[in-house]
Design a protein around this ligand. Sequence first.
Ligand SMILES: [Zn+2]
Ligand SMILES: [Zn+2]
Length: 135
Amino acid sequence: MDLRNCRMCGKMFQYVGQPVCPGCMKAMEDKLQEVKEYLREHERATVGQVSEELDISVKQIRKWVQEERLMFAPGVDTGLVCSKCGMPVESGSMCKKCKESLKKTLQGVYCPTPTSQEGEPIQRKNAKMHYKRYE
Ligand SMILES: [Zn+2]
Ligand SMILES: [Zn+2]
């Protein structure tokens, strides 16, 4: 069993991949909901405003935005930048352009088969089903 000290309250807890204890996790979730509620009422709120009004660190807010669990209005400076090209981003860790190019790269890696062989996987599937029936 992996016991660690909670990074927020210092209590010992069983580590399951999060640096904070379940109690603090729950508190953070509540805070996140509070922020979402606040943003619904104050559409143009900035990160600094939310941080001040709800007493949450800017760092935590940015983390949520980075994890795409929180969205600010378009044009609001979240202080986040693309991890590839350094352009400001509204959410996540990469700008749209870099995300797109990454997607293309990944597709290139996972689907290297040229389009001329498109019908092949279907044939293979049928053959397998056939084979199973005679097993
Ligand atoms: Zn804790
Ligand atoms: Zn970028």
